[in-house]
Ligand binder design. Structure first.
Ligand code: HEC
Length: 464
């Protein structure tokens, strides 16, 4: 869910996360023990596939680990779970799976946490230690998926999909591609919910959707026409530098801009945690789209599971507000451009830290946060700065992972007058990203859109 960065390139690339679960954030599997108690006894002492493990996998894993999903293998049957039992324990005990980056222990509670509870992690470990028994399927009910976001009813008001299917570029691990779509907006609309349906679920790692207004069409057109086939290659952003200004008084528009982020999506991420369910924006809020705008859909393809002749046509559906009042929300960028991280610099070197601060024109309510760095990011932290309460942590991502980033919704909105973003990098030789199995050389890191450039950026989903 991102917006356009003032001045420097849009950002991108949210998806899933890494660990550090908050004890207060539970998955549905834990949330409903009372409900199931009479059906079948959940047994933490003697966990079997059917009395415990199937529920954990169903609640927390199979959104991605299903046939055709982005996870490298399905975990939808006893045979699957047994085959991968050791790896399941390794990944869950290290809190690498399910992907969930934030540590909320000292920060604002978040919605839609994907983190496993300690009792789930222990149950998986005990199950494997006891030889991964199957148990008795009798009385087993499908786990109700974790569904905590607003219901969306009725068919979508608008569908946008590329004209032609896209064949990702081969011979590399990742491909970032931007598609230009015309949602045929005759009037201004207010988006309240979206659904993203990847055409090739096994390779669509994440998607970020932007609105591009008329004043930026030429630039997008140029990029689109430079490359044959649908769309154009893009990495850190969509390739335009959005201009953001204060809205005209009395216009009801908070800000005026030529491009903005609408939503960031990843399989199983955030509010999209039920496969196929729409992402509803926080209640009472909407993102305004201008008549005539285009959409630019940036898709990150992860090509490990790419099959011969596989193509993608990712589809976007949007729901619009009717007459009900909605507060306009915008993703306000918070960023630092002028950092320089020397080659080889690692933790402890102050030059690996950058800090951005923003003063809102007046206090605004922040309902969501989406940090963004590239491959050498080490951690990201977003704080609200207030005279009375000097640093209230909105989000802490202690172990940054470019491949598992997304936007996070706060449990409760926070009034923010000033905010700060702190980014840290690790630019040591041994921490460089791999490309085609080889470590890239370390080099000075600066702001930029390329795979080898860096960003220090966060978007705050903000309303009046
Ligand atoms: C949001 C999608 C998503 C969810 C949810 C998810 N995974 Fe994964 N999983 C992945 C992806 C993608 C990978 C490939 C490695 C990576 O990108 O980190 C992976 C890798 C793994 C691996 C390593 C496989 C290997 O090749 O070694 C295991 C084991 C695993 N996941 C288990 C789980 C379990 C168990 C759960 C639930 C408790 C889970 N995952 C939830 C997406 C997901």
């Amino acid at each position: 869910m991102l917006l356009a960065a003032a001045g420097g390139g849009l950002c991108t690339c949210k998806s899933t996360g890494q660990p550090s679960p908050a004890p207060e954030q539970r998955n549905a599997g834990d949330a409903a023990p009372g409900v199931r108690a009479d059906v079948r006894t959940r047994d933490d002492e003697h966990p079997t596939y059917w009395n415990r493990v199937a529920d954990i996998l169903g609640t927390s894993c199979t959104k991605c680990h299903a046939r055709g999903g982005i996870g490298p293998m399905p975990l939808t049957s006893y045979a699957d779970a047994r085959e991968h039992a050791e790896r399941i324990v390794q990944e869950t005990s290290a809190r690498r799976m399910p992907p969930w980056l934030p540590d909320t222990s000292a920060c604002a509670p978040l919605r839609h946490s994907r983190a496993l509870s300690s009792s789930d992690i222990d149950a998986l470990a005990r199950w494997v230690k006891n030889g991964a028994p199957e148990g008795n399927p009798e009385g087993h009910h499908e786990t109700p998926a974790n569904r905590t976001f607003a219901e969306v009813t009725g068919p979508a008001d608008r569908v946008a999909v590329p004209d032609a299917a896209y064949a990702p570029k081969r011979g590399r691990a990742d491909d970032y591609h931007c598609f230009v779509l015309d949602p045929k907006l005759d009037e201004n609309e207010r988006v309240t919910a979206l659904r993203v349906s990847p055409g090739a679920g096994a390779i669509v790692h994440h998607m970020i959707l932007y609105e591009v207004r008329k004043s930026a069409f030429d630039r997008i057109k140029e990029l689109d026409e430079k490359e044959p086939g649908p769309g154009y290659t893009c990495f850190g952003g969509i390739g335009v530098t959005p201009q953001v200004k204060a809205g005209k008084p009395g216009s009801g528009q908070l800000v005026d801009f030529d491009a903005q982020m609408i939503v960031a999506w990843a399989p199983g991420a955030g509010a999209t945690d039920v496969a196929g369910a729409p992402t509803a924006l926080p209640e009472g809020t909407a993102i305004s789209l201008a008549a005539g705008s285009r959409l630019v859909m940036q898709v990150h393809y992860s090509l490990e599971n790419l099959q011969p002749a596989m193509t993608d046509k990712t589809r976007i559906e949007m729901w619009f507000a009717k007459d009900e009042p909605r507060r306009q929300a915008v993703w306000v960028p918070l960023l630092k451009y002028d950092f320089r991280v020397p080659a080889g610099a690692g933790p402890g070197d102050p030059r690996t830290t950058a800090r951005a601060e923003i003063a809102m024109p007046f206090p605004l309510t922040v309902l969501g946060v989406a940090p963004h760095m590239h491959l050498r990011g080490r951690s990201a932290r977003i704080e609200s700065l207030d005279e009375s309460d000097p640093a209230k942590c909105l989000l802490d991502v202690p172990r940054w992972d470019f491949h598992h980033q997304e936007a996070y919704w706060l449990d409760k909105g926070v009034r923010v007058g000033r905010a700060a973003l702190t980014c840290k990098w690790d630019n040591r030789e041994a921490s460089q990203p791999l490309s085609n199995g080889r470590r890239r050389p370390t080099k000075e890191l600066r702001w930029g859109e390329g795979t080898d450039d860096e960003m220090c950026l966060a978007f705050l989903y903000t309303t009046l």
